[in-house]
Design a protein around this ligand. Structure first.
Ligand SMILES: *[C@@H]1O[C@H](CO)[C@@H](O)[C@H](O)[C@H]1NC(C)=O
Ligand SMILES: *[C@@H]1O[C@H](CO)[C@@H](O)[C@H](O)[C@H]1NC(C)=O
Ligand SMILES: *[C@@H]1O[C@H](CO)[C@@H](O)[C@H](O)[C@H]1NC(C)=O
Ligand SMILES: *[C@@H]1O[C@H](CO)[C@@H](O)[C@H](O)[C@H]1NC(C)=O
Ligand SMILES: *[C@@H]1O[C@H](CO)[C@@H](O)[C@H](O)[C@H]1NC(C)=O
Ligand SMILES: *[C@@H]1O[C@H](CO)[C@@H](O)[C@H](O)[C@H]1NC(C)=O
Length: 511
């Protein structure tokens, strides 16, 4: 109880700068809200009048729009409708087709995000560009093949979007289906992402395989930043995080896209057009917490050190936030994280918490990313909340759609010793079978604080490395999985502390 109260107190912030910008945003959003309200009332009235006084409105609106479709395309969509409903084999990477939204200008600087996970000749899909990429020819084999988006000038009367390429990007799902129909292979999912989205493919496959691709699924996640969801939609899968459309939904969406583009001429961008169209088709968002839009600024290590209990599927905006590992560039950081991902993607960023009771220490491991040591016992219900090391995308309260911790900067009991992922190796047994993965985590910098006195002055300042042993066995067993448990093997003479990850005992409560 007292612990909880302390954390409530801690989340009060007194930075005047913060408060000032919040007030500005509050005034701003007040004005916006009034305008929006007017707009809603007026457009409601207009719709009501149209609906009642103009008999053709509801019956013929979509029909007249559909006739704009080229007959060949419609035929094409229908004839291949059943190609996704093939076998019952396990979903694999070959069943997923990616549509990546980009421009010829931005591709140059962002392609390394995609190339960090794209597997040439294995992953299927295309990058959609606005113009022919003259300067980028010869097109590298490490990049996905590109397509030039169709000319959208015929929609110019419906283009009041704030985002310049909204209509072009909303149409990716349609253009990619047309492309893929030419190879007519077994497709179960279409995944739409930005050119700065990093996808963890094995985890994506694992997550999607939990859903029936013959049904209607729109799988993704909204933003961490409350204002982003408020201004767009809480029901929207943010495209920077990437989202997946099951085969029948993608087909239905592609068929109706022209109707939707005309129906929603003034939404901010393509993700909201797609979401609105999906909603009109009667499908709502299935949230998967491993998709990350990262509408955040500065240091996101707090978030990555307390990932939800769900496979890490994507990261976005890595060019906007600080490098995720201290003293590395952004590219080095991403390559470094991929080393851990290559060893055991299923465990990446999964949090494990354990205790060294003799010293009153708590350990929180984010596998392949970080380790934190607290000189006090905090239960998992507290440690699972991210430390608020980051700032929101927009300063409008409430900032986040997640609970965070803001420790007092002077309290050595609340401030952890922080270690970051350093190395990974696979350990084999005497007959050469891989049986353990060892990851190490090294201290970022000295903590510059005395020991926590209320828990007995047990300093952890001499620990300079944490070594975590985890079973090689992948964790994939779908939903309903419990967080793993661990043991701390501390020796006062050694500056390296070992942590052994293991399954929890049936009725084990931590701590
Ligand atoms: C991909 O396949 C093509 C044709 O089969 C081949 O020429 C090319 O070398 C392959 N690329 C890679 C990176 O394996
Ligand atoms: C698209 O088509 C319009 C009208 O046909 C043309 O004026 C415009 O230049 C085209 N845009 C591109 C990028 O080709
Ligand atoms: C590193 O990142 C920069 C942009 O931040 C990019 O231009 C460059 O190509 C990247 N280098 C590698 C090796 O990926
Ligand atoms: C651990 O901390 C508690 C206070 O939270 C204290 O009463 C206890 O003596 C400490 N144990 C050790 C071994 O220091
Ligand atoms: C911890 O150390 C401080 C100062 O070094 C001392 O005042 C305090 O009594 C110590 N606490 C315990 C529980 O030993
Ligand atoms: C362990 O840390 C202590 C205190 O920082 C240091 O004096 C000692 O040399 C270190 N030992 C080793 C083996 O690194």
């Amino acid at each position: 109880m007292s612990l909880l109260r302390r954390y409530n107190l801690m989340s009060q912030t007194n930075s005047t700068e913060l408060i000032r910008s919040q007030q500005n945003v509050a005034q701003f959003s007040n004005g916006v809200a009034k305008k929006l309200y007017k707009l809603v009332v007026i457009s409601g009235l207009v719709l009501y009048i149209m609906y009642n006084l103009w008999p053709g409105f509801h019956c013929c609106y979509s029909f007249s729009v559909l006739t704009h479709l080229r007959p060949t395309v419609v035929g094409n969509l229908e004839s291949s409708y059943s190609s996704g409903t093939g076998t019952n084999s396990a979903t694999s990477i070959s069943h997923i087709v990616f549509g990546i939204a980009s421009t010829s200008n931005s591709w140059r600087n962002k392609r390394w995000f995609i190339e960090s996970w794209w597997r040439p000749n294995v992953t299927r899909g295309f990058v959609f560009l606005d113009t022919f990429p003259v300067d980028l020819i010869p097109w590298p084999a490490s990049s996905p093949p590109f397509r030039i988006s169709e000319n959208t000038s015929r929609y110019k009367d419906y283009d009041k979007h704030e985002m310049t390429h909204a209509i072009r990007l909303a149409r990716i799902i349609r253009e990619i289906i047309n492309e893929e129909d030419q190879n007519d292979e077994d497709v179960r999912w279409y995944v739409i992402a930005d050119d700065d989205t990093v996808i963890f493919i094995n985890n994506l496959v694992e997550v999607l395989s939990r859903y029936d691709y013959n049904k209607y699924f729109y799988v993704g996640m909204n933003s961490e930043c409350h204002a982003s969801n408020y201004f767009h939609s809480f029901e929207m899968a943010f495209g920077g995080a990437g989202y997946a459309l099951s085969y029948p939904l993608a087909r239905a969406l592609a068929k109706n896209l022209d109707v939707c583009i005309r129906r929603y001429p003034s939404l901010y961008g393509s993700d909201h057009i797609v979401q609105s169209c999906v909603a009109d088709l009667g499908v709502s968002l299935t949230q998967e917490k491993g998709f990350h839009q990262i509408d955040l600024h500065s240091d996101i290590s707090g978030l990555l050190s307390a990932h939800p209990q769900s496979p890490l599927v994507s990261l976005h905006h890595l060019k906007v936030v600080d490098p995720i590992f201290p003293s590395m560039t952004r590219n080095q950081s991403l390559n470094h994280l991929m080393k851990a991902a290559n060893a055991d993607e299923s465990r990446l960023l999964q949090q494990t918490i354990c205790y060294h009771k003799q010293n009153n220490w708590s350990f929180s491991i984010s596998w392949g990313y970080s380790a934190q040591v607290y000189e006090a016992i905090y239960p998992p219900s507290i440690l699972r909340l991210p430390l608020q090391t980051f700032r929101p995308w927009m300063f409008a309260k409430p900032f986040y759609i997640l609970n965070t911790r803001i420790p007092s900067t002077k309290d050595p009991c609340q401030i952890p010793h922080v270690f970051f992922f350093y190395s990974v190796e696979t350990i084999t047994d005497i007959i050469g079978r891989q049986h353990l993965i060892a990851t190490t985590y090294t201290r970022r910098r000295p903590r510059f604080l005395p020991a926590c006195s209320s828990t007995g002055n047990h300093s952890a300042a001499h620990i300079n490395m944490i070594r975590v042993l985890s079973p090689v066995l992948e964790m994939h067993d779908g939903v309903g999985r419990r967080r793993e448990c661990c043991e701390v093997e501390y020796e006062s003479r050694s500056n390296t502390t070992n942590v052994q990850i293991r399954a929890c005992v049936e009725d084990e409560i931590i701590p």
